[in-house]
Design a protein around this ligand. Sequence first.
Ligand SMILES: [Zn+2]
Length: 295
Amino acid sequence: MAVETLTRRRWIGAASAGLCACWACGSVGAAARAMVVHDDQDQVKALPFQLRGRFAQSGYCIGRTRAGATLSVDGVIRGQVSPSGIFYVGFDRDAAPTCLIETHCGPFVEYARLAIAPMTYDVQRVDGLPPDTVTPTNPIVLERIKREADLKAVAFSSRVDADWFQDGFVYPFKDFIVSGHFGNQRVLNGVPKSPHMGFDLAAPVGTPIHAPQKGLVVLAEPDLFYEGGLVLIDHGQGVISMYLHQSKVIARKGNILSRGDIIGEVGAKGRATGPHLCWRLKWTDRHMDPSLMVA
Ligand SMILES: [Zn+2]
């Protein structure tokens, strides 16, 4: 419905692909142009619908609009913006070339159609994984996987009414080697699998993992089948970051962490060939590259 109503509006916005833009420094440029329609008088006028972020596949944008507005992305209602008018939109690994963002507040509608830059992804072969972690067949293991999937689904449904994500992330620790990029097509023990939805930071077992930004811990499990020690943090509006393969989980479900607080320690638990942190980021049903949130 939202898309159809566009036909009766004059489009004066523009869009651009690209990387970081910042509303504070005024470099948002064309990507942030949007418009407001005042339905009562059918007036059309430009207003600052502010956006910044990484306008590319696996990226994201953070916007500012009217407090109390409802967010719609590609015609799907995504809930209310934060009390101060901040919202988040993630772009999938294989996001379409354009993304339509709308905010509705009373008679006012702001919208922008963004160009999303394409990304390229490599094929990554990982060998030497325990066979039962690649293609499990044991009924007891399958039951465990199902139980753990249910746990994660509940955590992923979290949506804290906050905008703690708005200042971006810092890396969970300083010294690491990137051992796996986001989006790589994976072949595990020779078997093609779904793409890698994480950013892997290799570091010694026991390396402390720090919260990259303020957030509510919505899941903290010491030893899941695939993920090993796993923590999920909601940074507001369902922007959820994930920390996999931990040897020791320190955060507890329900904790509100500040940026820099310790989550746990690097490990190789779950489906992993060596010690690293698999860092992931999800918003609603979309997966993004968390490293793109680092300034
Ligand atoms: Zn990973």
